[in-house]
Design a protein around this ligand. Sequence first.
Ligand SMILES: NC(=O)c1ccc[n+]([C@@H]2O[C@H](COP(=O)([O-])OP(=O)(O)OC[C@H]3O[C@@H](n4cnc5c(N)ncnc54)[C@H](OP(=O)(O)O)[C@@H]3O)[C@@H](O)[C@H]2O)c1
Length: 295
Amino acid sequence: MNSKKDRTVVITGGTGGIGFQSAIGIARTGAHVAITGRNRKRGEAALQRIIDETGNDGVELVVGDVSSIEGIDALAHALVERLEHIDVLVNNAGYMGSAPEYSDDGVEMHFAVNVLAPWRLTWALLPALKAAEHARVLNITGGDKPAAIDPDNLQAEKGFRGLMTYTHSKSAMEAMSMALAEKLDHEGVTVNVLFPGRASTSMTGSLSLSALPGVMKLMYPLFRLLFKEDGGKSAKKAARSTIWGATSAELDGVTGRYFDTESKEQKLHPTAYDPEVQARILTVFDGAAPSRPVQ
Ligand SMILES: NC(=O)c1ccc[n+]([C@@H]2O[C@H](COP(=O)([O-])OP(=O)(O)OC[C@H]3O[C@@H](n4cnc5c(N)ncnc54)[C@H](OP(=O)(O)O)[C@@H]3O)[C@@H](O)[C@H]2O)c1
């Protein structure tokens, strides 16, 4: 990879929560950082804070929504217009909903934001990634520990189950990342999955009782306590794995792996490595729209 000062790092969802704290940590190394988010006002405030806290004025904001194919492609265009190369793409923006919702493309929203978006954005940015030396893609997972994927339930076809639907989409993202790592191996671009761990952010703050399935509802008071506002303290801690992923030489040439909150390599659930499961996920992408690089 390029030296830290010449490194360009894109962080989707870098305007809040864990992505924002990751942007601060990476900007401190002197890298050029592009943060993205939907809300311009929130983004501009985040941008100013990053510049003020790090003294690095090589940070910029690119506004875009990754919940639809049109939005992903527009964001990719805006990024390639500004950046000559991308050394690290952090697919951090995520979605956790309390009720069934579908994207503009008719894709279940967890699948759209947590699985389809990182896949499509990576393909769209491939020329910019290949323009860097040994670029890295870091896909940020969530939920608890790696769990089984049910290929017949990728878009909650068996029923929407709130937090469990979120967790399942992250497992599908892990399988997608393993397939992507293999496909990009000969392109000189690595793909790895990182787990940041729990943090009090706007995502976890929005967790409602209805998002907890069945007996898990009893745990709602505990969740509220675990995710109480802490001024970014837990998000800062959770950002350590992304900062490590974007800056550590330990990841040079490493691809198709999963790293836990301590940046220790762990195995995913066996279904994430299953070519049949991966193929079923890729079928959903093809149904939504074929992925291609943005020129
Ligand atoms: N918090 C946790 O406990 C936890 C634990 C494990 C994993 N994670 C994962 O870590 C990542 C970050 O989570 P977080 O808790 O930091 O989230 P967050 O505080 O809700 O921040 C989300 C960021 O993504 C942006 N964003 C949200 N939806 C977007 C969309 N459709 N298009 C573009 N940008 C979007 C937000 O900005 P705008 O609202 O302006 O768009 C914001 O910058 C997620 O992938 C999450 O699943 C979180």
